[in-house]
Design a protein around this ligand. Structure first.
Ligand code: LLP
Length: 424
C-alpha cells in the first residue's frame, strides 16, 4: 500500500485507489459521479495533530467550517470536542443541527447583520470576532436591547504577508479584513467603554494555504505586543485566537505540520510569559483538505492540434478552486491502466473556457474510466454551485470498511422547486 502525498488514508492497493477500506471505483459505481468521498479517519487524524501538541494547555480548536460545512463533517468534529468558527447565521444553524455546542462557537466575518448578531447572542456563542469600530457599536446596541453583554475579540490586521494567493491573503493593510494594528488600541478602548460589550480576547487570521511558519509567528508577536499594551491600560484579554491558514500538500508544497506550528507558537507565547491564556485556533483546510477526493467519470477524449482534452462529468460548478485561484490539484485514475500517458487538459461540460480542473496532466485513460481529484475535502463541495443547472454532487463519508451517504445527490427538480412562474 502506498499513500498519496499528505493523505495517509488515501492510498494505492495495487492498481486501485482506496479511501480507507473502500475502493474509489466501487464507490463511484455504487453512488454515481461526480462524487465527493471523505475519510473520517483522515479528518480525525488531522485534528489529533493539533490536539496532541496542545495537550496540557487551555485551548479550543474551532474548525473553520466554511471549508466543508456538511452536517456529518461538523458532527465528526463536534464529537471530537471541537468548537466552530462561523461566518454567517446559516453556519450557526448548521452547527446546532449537527449537535455542536454554541458555547464553543466564534463568529467571524467583516459584515454581520444585526439579526445574525441577535441569533448568535440568543444561542450563547463564545465570542464575536469583530472587524471594525462600526461593528462594535452595532453589536453593543443589539446586545443592550437584549439585556446582554456580547463577548468580543478584535480581529487585528497585523500587516503580515502570508505569501499566498492574493484572493486568500487577508492580513495585509490593503485587505478588507480586520482592524489595523496601529488603530487597535483605540478600538479596544471603545470596546471596553461600550455597555453592551465585554472584551474577551484578541484574534487574527492572515490568510489561507500558508506554507511557511514565519508569517504565523510574526502575526503572533504583533498580537502579544498589543496584549501587553492593553493590559497596561487595564483592558484584560482572556484568550488569544491565532486564526487558521495552515497550508496542505496539494502537489509538492511542504507546509509545516500542525504539531510543529502549534509547538512554535506556544514556545513564543511562553517565552513572553503569556502561557496561561486560553489559546484558540481556527483551522479549516488543514483539517479536511486532504481527507477528500472528488470522483469523476471520463466522458469524452478529444484530441486537438494544440491541446488534448479529457472531458469529465465534474466541472467548475463542483470544484471552483482551479479556475478561481489557478490552483493545481492532483488528478489520478481510480484504477491504473497500462498504456502510454497522454497530456490532457481535464475539463468539465460547463460552457466556459474557464471550466478546467487540471492542465497538462499525463494520464493513461479511456472513456468510462474514473478519475480522482485529490485534496478535495476543503473549499470544494462548500463552494459548489448549480451553474448550468447542474445538481450538486453526492457526498460519502468512509470509516474503515463502511461508507455512509452523508449527502444525497441533488435532484434536478429541486433546482427550481422554489421558483414561481408569473401568474398571467
Ligand atoms: N478563520 C477565518 C477568519 C477565515 O477567514 C478562514 C478562511 C479560516 C479561519 C480558515 O482558514 P484555513 O485554515 O482554511 O486556511 N476558498 C479558498 C480559501 C478561503 C479561505 C477563507 N478564510 C481556497 O479554496 O483556497
Amino acid at each position: 500500500m502506498s499513500a498519496l502525498p499528505g493523505a495517509p488514508h488515501i492510498a494505492w492497493r495495487g492498481h486501485q485507489l482506496f479511501v480507507e477500506g473502500q475502493s474509489a471505483d466501487a464507490l463511484a459505481r455504487e453512488h454515481g459521479t461526480p462524487l465527493y468521498v471523505y475519510s473520517r479517519g483522515a479528518m480525525l487524524g488531522a485534528l489529533a495533530a493539533y490536539q496532541r501538541a496542545l495537550t496540557g494547555r487551555q485551548h479550543l480548536i474551532c474548525y473553520a467550517m466554511k471549508a466543508n460545512s456538511t452536517l456529518a463533517v461538523l458532527q465528526t468534529f463536534a464529537q471530537a470536542g471541537c468548537g466552530f468558527d462561523i461566518v454567517s447565521v446559516g453556519e450557526l444553524e448548521r452547527v446546532l443541527a449537527a449537535g455542536g455546542d454554541a458555547s464553543r462557537v466564534l463568529f467571524s466575518g467583516v459584515g454581520k447583520r444585526p439579526d445574525e448578531m441577535r441569533r448568535a447572542l440568543e444561542a450563547g456563542i463564545k465570542c464575536f470576532n469583530v472587524e471594525s469600530v462600526a461593528e462594535l457599536r452595532t453589536l453593543s446596541g443589539v446586545a443592550q436591547a437584549m439585556n446582554r453583554r456580547a463577548p468580543v475579540s478584535l480581529r487585528i490586521n497585523p500587516d503580515v504577508d502570508a505569501g499566498t494567493h492574493p484572493y486568500i491573503s487577508t492580513g495585509l493593510k490593503g485587505n478588507k479584513f480586520g482592524i489595523a494594528h496601529d488603530e487597535a488600541l483605540a478600538a479596544y478602548r471603545i470596546a471596553a467603554s461600550l455597555p453592551g460589550l465585554e472584551v474577551a480576547g484578541i484574534d487574527c487570521h492572515i490568510g489561507s494555504q500558508i506554507t511557511q511558519l514565519g508569517p504565523h509567528l510574526d502575526a503572533l508577536e504583533r498580537l502579544l505586543d498589543l496584549i501587553e499594551a492593553l493590559e497596561a491600560e487595564g483592558i484584560a484579554i482572556r484568550h488569544i485566537d491565532v486564526g487558521g491558514g495552515l497550508g496542505i500538500t496539494y502537489t509538492d508544497e511542504a507546509p509545516p505540520d500542525a504539531g510543529a506550528l502549534v509547538r512554535q507558537l506556544c514556545a513564543r507565547i511562553d517565552a513572553r510569559g503569556h502561557g496561561a491564556r486560553e489559546l484558540l485556533f481556527e483551522p479549516g483546510r488543514s483539517l479536511v483538505g486532504n481527507a477528500g477526493v472528488l470522483l469523476t467519470e471520463v466522458l469524452v477524449l478529444k484530441p486537438g492540434s494544440v491541446k488534448n482534452f479529457c472531458i469529465v462529468d465534474a466541472a467548475m460548478n463542483d470544484l471552483l478552486r482551479p479556475t478561481l485561484y489557478d490552483a493545481t490539484m492532483g488528478i489520478v485514475p481510480c484504477t491504473l491502466r497500462d498504456g502510454a500517458p497522454v497530456l490532457y487538459d481535464v475539463v468539465g461540460p460547463v460552457c466556459e473556457s474557464g471550466d478546467w480542473l487540471g492542465r497538462d496532466r499525463a494520464l493513461a485513460v479511456l472513456p468510462g474510466d474514473r478519475l480522482a481529484i485529490l485534496s478535495a475535502g476543503a473549499y470544494a463541495f462548500a463552494m459548489a454551485s448549480n451553474y448550468n443547472s447542474r445538481p450538486r454532487a453526492a457526498e460519502v463519508m468512509v470509516e474503515g470498511d463502511r461508507a455512509f451517504v452523508i449527502r444525497e445527490r441533488e435532484k434536478v427538480a429541486a433546482l427550481f422547486s422554489n421558483e414561481r412562474l408569473i401568474d398571467r
